[in-house]
Design a binder for this molecule. Structure first.
Ligand SMILES: NC(=O)c1ccc[n+]([C@@H]2O[C@H](COP(=O)([O-])OP(=O)(O)OC[C@H]3O[C@@H](n4cnc5c(N)ncnc54)[C@H](O)[C@@H]3O)[C@@H](O)[C@H]2O)c1
Length: 262
């Protein structure tokens, strides 16, 4: 598909796997140079090599911890040195905790906010100067529908993601005049390793029979009667990254099979 992104240099943070990697595949197939950064540097390098092989795109894989602004800045400089000026930056890095709020601790909240709220702050802060100079940029952050409607057992994840939505809307108002758009993609349940790890935990806790019932209950919550695949979300990211999306900024696009319609 032609998303109108040919020739762009794209950085996906948290791109070693999951939704980030699916977005990378779509954008590489459309003629972008793609950098994958991840706290798991070996996985990022392996995924970048796999992507170069399957798409023929120029790729690079780097290690960076999104919670550390200096690391994020150094990583972006290395990408620009290797692949050229960044026009698209996508932040997918996240962690998840499946826990009742009453059972959580300040250390749990801190880890979550560090990755899921300070992370996007670091990424946006590091990306803006170059994009402002060049008068062009696309920044896309991943949130979650739990941020829009709340979700039991995901309270502080949802709170951090709600912060991302407010951050993106606010910065979008500041930099629209510089040709930079910022948007949020808000997935519903999507079949990635992150979700699979959570589901395995539930199956272990509930037992097979109860878990099978839960799967059916969850599917009934989705008008489309399936959970998402990474490419469902990747396609929305690729669209918002395109020149065609130049008049869309400060928006939250739920990609969720109709799970909620906020
Ligand atoms: N999968 C879902 O059902 C779902 C639903 C709603 C929202 N989301 C959001 O979509 C995004 C992508 O999710 P996914 O399911 O592909 O997750 P994933 O776990 O498969 O991928 C996330 C990546 O982020 C990396 N990462 C974690 N901490 C990091 C850090 N400190 N610095 C850099 N990288 C780090 C991980 O190593 C991993 O490769 C996340 O923001 C997630 O919150 C996912």
């Amino acid at each position: 598909m032609d998303y109108g992104i040919k020739g762009q240099t794209v950085l996906i943070i948290g791109g070693a796997r999951g939704i980030g990697y699916a977005a990378a595949e779509l954008m590489a197939a459309d003629g972008c140079n793609v950098a994958l950064a991840d706290i798991n540097g070996d996985a990022a390098s392996a995924s970048a090599q796999k992507l170069a092989k399957s798409s023929g795109a120029r790729t690079t894989g780097l290690k960076a911890d999104v919670t550390d602004l200096e690391q994020v800045k150094a990583m972006m400089a290395a990408v620009e040195n290797d692949l050229g000026p960044l026009s698209v930056v996508v932040n997918c890095a996240a962690v998840l905790d499946d826990r009742l709020f009453a059972d959580s601790s300040p250390a749990d909240w801190k880890r979550m906010v560090d990755v899921c709220l300070y992370g996007p702050m670091n990424v946006i802060h590091a990306a803006l100067p170059g994009m402002s100079r060049r008068k062009y940029g696309r920044i896309i952050c991943l949130a979650s529908d739990s941020a829009r409607i709340g979700q039991a057992r995901l309270s502080y994840y949802a709170a951090a993601k709600a912060g991302v939505i407010a951050l993106v809307k606010s910065v979008a108002q500041e930099v629209g005049k510089d040709g930079i758009t910022l948007n949020v993609v808000s997935p519903g349940a999507t079949n990635t390793e992150l979700r699979q790890e959570r589901e395995e935990g539930m199956r272990a806790q509930m037992g097979d029979e109860k878990y099978a019932k839960r799967v059916q209950t969850v599917l009934k919550m989705y008008p489309t009667r399936r959970i998402g695949e990474p490419t469902d979300i990747g396609a929305a990211i690729a669209f918002l990254a395109s020149r065609n999306a130049s008049w869309i900024t400060g928006q939250v696009l739920s990609v969720n099979g109709g799970f909620v319609m906020p």
